[in-house]
Ligand binder design. Structure first.
Ligand code: UD1
Length: 413
């Protein structure tokens, strides 16, 4: 468990890690070529390890050096993913596109991942079907086949991050051009586009679509993963909720516009440089309302930590969750800590309290864990958070980074 003695304002500078959600599809992109793909600034996290393990299981040779991973060669890509790896981490499902593109077939267990509502892959499958794939789902496993993938225009009913990435990966080796209308525009998707372009399949963004020019084969490259905007946002909120001052060095302020706008609305002092963001808060925050949306809207991954912050603001705040239907797993724990929070349909409401109190609570997913860590940092006395494995899925050296900011935090049995 993680044990936090709260009530200390955090002060100082932390360095942004590479973005987990950009590293995962980048590892999958390495499956498109037998040449070496070198990824720099990769966060060493459980989810990234699972993706790298999957690449290894499918035939890649993998070499780590610090935060650089080289994914090399291998003979033929395997066409069957070990269920345990896919169930551990949802983004593993992205290996299906490369399998289909390179081998014309693939077997993928339906994915697992965070317990935050139903997370189907229907948009992935409908899109791949448009490129010429066919599917048969038996015993929880997708059996996919395609004689050849043929580029075409695919309209997404919803700008799904995973489906857009899946289609870019498959389109990279399809014949001709694949255009995705209504794509996700998250920075992590754009980063995948940069990687695929560097591997030889140009990705072009237009107002309503993104297109990739498929190639007969792709080459290797070296690619630096973008900084993690969700990790950065979490530390900035830690600065604000503890009424301290935190700088995230290496962050991209242009990826954090929605959060920073909301922080300013609550009275926080926000300062940005080209590659750093500082947030400070002197007194009590003001309430704010928000809704989560696909990028550049407010990120769903920051909704739980933001609510922890607003739980100590003055007045009533609301957050409408439009991306994941049931991302409110953390609310019960916040209530145990003295927050006044309730859920009504797709909206979480909080009437800010002066102080939160330590309690024994449980993290049920990565961002629920982040919400509880933030609440604990602000709370009077000690909070013990079980389920810390979820935090290890998303935050590099969480305890070390928090300590460097002055937090009283340790991992206990
Ligand atoms: C990614 C991120 C996750 C983030 C989310 C939204 C990774 C590894 N994870 O998840 O941290 O919270 O984007 O920014 O990058 N949906 C369907 N059918 C599909 C695909 C998605 O109905 O085929 C629904 C999902 O259930 C969800 C919504 O679309 O309600 C958004 O999902 P999506 O954008 O695909 O998110 P992920 O790629 O799973």
């Amino acid at each position: 468990m993680i044990r936090i003695e709260g009530g200390r304002p955090l002060h100082g500078v932390v360095k942004a890690a590479g973005a987990k959600n950009a590293a995962l599809p980048a590892v999958m992109a390495s499956l498109l070529t037998s040449e070496p793909v070198t990824l720099e600034n990769v966060p060493r996290l459980l989810d990234v390890d699972a993706a790298v393990e999957l690449a290894r299981a499918l035939g890649k040779e993998v070499r780590w050096q610090g935060t650089t991973v080289v994914l090399n060669g291998g003979g033929e890509l395997a066409t069957e993913a070990p269920p345990v790896l896919v169930q551990r981490m949802r983004a593993s499902f992205l290996a299906l596109g490369p399998m289909l593109a390179r081998r014309g077939e693939g077997r993928m267990p339906l994915p697992g991942g965070c317990a935050i509502g139903p997370r189907p892959v229907d948009l992935h499958l409908a899109g791949l079907r448009r490129l010429g794939a066919s599917f048969d789902v038996r015993g929880g496993t997708v059996h996919a086949s395609a004689r050849a993938l043929q580029g075409t225009t695919v309209y997404l009913d919803y700008p799904s991050v995973g489906a857009t990435e899946q289609l870019l990966l498959a389109g990279a080796l399809a014949t001709g051009k694949t255009a995705i209308v209504n794509p996700a525009r998250e920075p992590e998707v754009v980063d995948l586009g940069h990687l695929l372009t560097a591997m030889g399949a140009p990705v072009v963004w237009q107002e309503d679509r993104v297109a990739i020019c498929g190639q007969p084969s792709l080459g290797g490259t070296t690619h630096r993963v973008i900084p993690d905007r969700i990790e950065a946002g979490t530390y900035l909120l830690a600065g604000a909720i503890t009424r301290g001052e935190v700088t995230v060095d290496g962050a991209r302020p242009d990826h954090l516009d929605a959060l920073l706008a909301k922080l300013v609305e609550t009275g926080a002092d926000v300062r940005v440089k080209e590659r750093a963001v500082t947030v400070a808060l002197g007194g009590r925050a003001k309430a704010a309302n928000l809704q989560t949306l696909p990028y550049p809207g407010f990120p769903t991954d920051l909704q739980p930590p933001m609510i922890s912050y607003l739980a100590t603001a003055s007045g009533r705040s609301t957050a409408r969750e439009t991306v994941f239907s049931s991302r409110f797993n953390y609310v019960g724990s916040l209530v145990r800590m003295g927050a006044q929070v309730q859920v009504a349909a797709d909206t979480v409401l909080t009437d800010g309290v002066e102080v939160l109190h330590g309690a024994e609570v449980e993290a049920t997913d990565i961002r629920a864990g982040a919400a509880l860590v933030l609440a604990a940092l602000a709370a009077e006395d000690v909070t013990e958070i079980r389920g810390e494995v979820h935090l290890a899925r998303g935050y590099v050296d969480l305890v070390g980074k928090l300590r460097s900011l002055g937090a009283e935090v340790c991992v206990a049995d």
